[in-house]
Design a protein around this ligand. Sequence first.
Ligand code: ATP
Ligand code: MG
Length: 274
Amino acid sequence: MTQTTPVIELRNLTKSFKRHGISFRAVDDISLRIQAGETLALIGESGSGKSTTGRLILGLDKPDSGDVLFQGESLRTKSAKEVRRLRANLTVVFQEPFESLNPRLRIGAIVEEPLVVQGVGSAEERRERAAGALERVGLTASMMDRFPRELSGGQQQRIGIARAIIGKPRMIVLDEPTASLDRTIRRQIGDVLDELKRDLNLAYLLITHDIGTVRQVSNRSAVMLQGKIVEIGPTAEITEDPQHPYTQRLIGAELPVSVAKPRRTSIETKEAAL
Ligand SMILES: Nc1ncnc2c1ncn2[C@@H]1O[C@H](COP(=O)(O)OP(=O)(O)OP(=O)(O)O)[C@@H](O)[C@H]1O
Ligand SMILES: [Mg+2]
């Protein structure tokens, strides 16, 4: 049987940190695959290792052992230049839209910035693509001259998404993209993400505490506990008929939203680290 190459594959990925001088595994021997057009939800209690998994995929953290394959190619054996080229296909959307948008830049400049960094297109082409990206996320090009503070939370998150898709990525890591939004807006952002995934054949890793968003957007779900995946399967099965007692508790408790304050790091710093 031939199987299509996954957009991303994690093989026995492990990452340790130190807490009070003692090393512990934030991510402990994780293996998973995500295909184009597929959303894998990553759920689990606060501190279970979800964001670290996302950061390992994005190359913001380096694994201690194991491998990340992008479209079948291991990132370990590549030169720094090749890794940068491949990583241009991987982008990220964060929880706090406002904190992840540079307040001093106008929307147009924020959205087109990834193209500037990659040296893609003329100023005019970039502006055109920014306008196209804004329309794709349900906004209008007339917003380009405004500043992030003038927008609502939902609009700000749409800007974050427009910025994430402008470079034509193959995969997006969505780290709690709806956590700071109210229920109606969550649903709208879920719709935008779902539509983009279908139109652009994207792969998503969706990190979220919100079971509503999991049900709305994801095909499969993986449940993390203390750095390990304890259950993985079709979202309908995981949410309707969870097998692991921990998953049953999580679903039963409707996953209370993380109270942890996100670290204040701008997209610019994170992308500079890539
Ligand atoms: N850079 C770091 N240095 C030390 N410890 C870290 C670092 N990053 C994460 N950790 C620790 O690793 C564990 C997993 O963190 P991670 O951010 O992946 O959890 P999470 O599942 O995303 O949680 P939340 O739902 O609260 O966002 C936590 O105990 C966290 O404190
Ligand atoms: Mg997290």
